[in-house]
Design a protein around this ligand. Structure first.
Ligand SMILES: C[S@@+](CC[C@H](N)C(=O)[O-])C[C@H]1O[C@@H](n2cnc3c(N)ncnc32)[C@H](O)[C@@H]1O
Length: 458
């Protein structure tokens, strides 16, 4: 790998046109192949990650590289890695993310998928006297009609004996659960709709499910065909030639225990406050309550779904006990001058928000320390970062990352900024409740590319 060549390629593209990385236009921002299976907060733009991955690979002589996304979310990077024939590893703490990653990366015989889909549709249409499914809070989040329709679909899915196909159906089902729920769809947080909007509920969950399923099967077929065309599927027709690993875990915990090292890391970490910025957990709990969680992963802790907040609490930055904060504050401000200054400012204007910053960046620092030991001396890492606002102050995660990175032998090769055009995130990043603050938040993303400056001492 030539680092100079790599930097030059990225810089040439950045200079090519002012909006090269913005990925405007329907074709550019399209979620092709399996990328659009189910909405997930803060999804990356697949085609942009594809281009960046291709640039990295063009400078990499290794025929089969190990690609890791430690915050895999909906699996964008894993899918892109498979399209390039790489060995991919994805980790996420959120079971919904893990379901999506597994569904998108599992090779299923398309004819078999179509047969099971036809059977599922018949079973739903013939479903009679299906008891309404129950969980805590179901009546708040769904109308009686939605509960009845979703219960029929749910029961029919559980009747399929193939777990990989059930997962495919669950992923489609999760999207429909979100669509017909009483939660407003303009935010990733759970907010109940106005009563008058709930009363006028007219969505047909079964029709939506069938339509979405047909679409997803055709998209899966496209993905499968291109993998096959590129020679990434084995002769048996049901196995990927490389390896795929999807792990439900805190990535720090997993990485501390694995012996693996990675050639490429592509990721977008969370933004820094799960409860008020982009609530991955809250977004996922209601769909997850509808599905058989053991179908996602045998190791799942079902208590995670007891409250709307548990997943966010265990995610990066979710810990805010006084003991944790006191222990970590001194450490983290010693490591990054930018964060130190920002903490001083926030302490003056919004002291209550300070603990969240400390909690997030302490976790992020542990993560960087851990992941740097999992890189090879030639590893490249590509980070897509969003600078959120706290009390109207932009928190410069891009700068903080560079300062922390240098402590762990990560040296910045190049970076650029892009405008976010398609995400729901800018509109909903409410911190103060002030509309202006919401509008002005996270309209840009920072892409940082790092190489190793020298081997880490183990
Ligand atoms: C910005 S999202 C990733 C989105 C993804 N790039 C995509 O295209 O869908 C960040 C992800 O980090 C996950 N996450 C947060 N804390 C984590 C942790 N400690 N370990 C693993 N995953 C974590 C969240 O659940 C979320 O899915």
């Amino acid at each position: 790998m030539s680092n100079v060549g790599l930097a030059e390629k990225f810089n040439n593209l950045t200079l090519e046109s002012e909006d090269h990385w913005d990925y405007r236009g329907t074709n550019n921002s399209e979620r092709d192949y399996v990328h659009g299976f189910c909405t997930y907060p803060a999804m990356m733009v697949p085609k942009m990650q594809r281009e960046m991955l291709q640039v990295c690979l063009s400078e990499m002589p290794i025929p089969r590289s190990q690609l890791l996304d430690p915050f895999a979310g909906s699996g964008t990077i894993l899918v892109e890695g498979m399209l390039q024939g790489l060995d991919v590893v994805g980790i996420d703490i959120n079971p919904l993310a893990v379901l999506l990653c597994k569904v998108k990366t599992t090779i299923i015989n398309v004819e078999m998928l179509k047969q099971h889909t036809a059977q599922l549709v018949t079973n739903i249409e013939q479903a009679n006297n299906i008891p309404d499914y129950q969980f805590k809070g179901i009546e708040k989040w769904f109308t009686a009609q939605a509960i009845s329709d979703l219960s029929k679909i749910r029961t029919a899915i559980t009747q399929d004996e193939n777990i990989e196909i059930r997962r495919f159906f669950w992923a489609t089902f999760c999207e429909i659960v979100r669509m017909v729920s009483n939660s407003r769809d303009c935010t990733y947080k759970l907010h109940i709709k106005d009563a008058k909007d709930i009363k006028t509920y007219d969505k047909d969950a079964i029709a939506l499910f069938k339509e979405t399923l047909t679409f997803n099967v055709s998209k899966y077929n496209e993905f499968y065909s291109v993998l096959k065309q590129r020679g990434h599927i084995k002769r048996d027709g049901i196995s990927y030639k490389g390896s795929v690993k999807v792990i439900l875990s805190d990535c720090i915990v997993y990485l501390q225990h694995t012996k693996k090292k990675f050639d490429l890391i592509f990721t977008s970490p969370p933004y820094g406050d799960n409860h008020t910025t982009v609530s991955y957990g809250q977004y996922s709990v209601i769909p997850l309550r509808w599905i058989n969680s053991k179908d996602i992963d045998e190791s799942i802790n079902e208590n995670l779904l007891d409250t709307l907040y548990e997943i966010d609490n265990i995610s990066l930055g979710g810990m805010s006990s006084n003991m944790y904060i006191t222990r970590n504050k001194k450490n983290i401000v010693k490591k990054t001058e930018t964060l130190k200054e920002q903490i001083t400012t926030i302490t003056e204007i919004a002291p209550k928000q300070v603990n969240k910053l400390i909690s997030f960046y302490s976790d992020f620092d542990s993560f960087l320390s851990t992941i740097s030991k999992k890189m090879k001396p030639t590893s490249v890492s590509v980070w897509t970062l969003g600078n959120r606002k706290v009390a109207k102050q932009e928190i410069y995660m891009n700068k903080i990352m560079i300062e922390l990175g240098t402590r762990y032998n990560l040296s910045l090769l190049t970076s650029f900024t892009r405008k976010i055009l398609n995400k729901r995130m800018p509109k909903i990043n409410a911190y103060t409740g002030d509309e202006k603050d919401i509008q002005g938040t996270m309209t840009r993303e920072h892409i940082l590319i790092f190489v190793r400056s020298d081997p880490v001492n183990e």
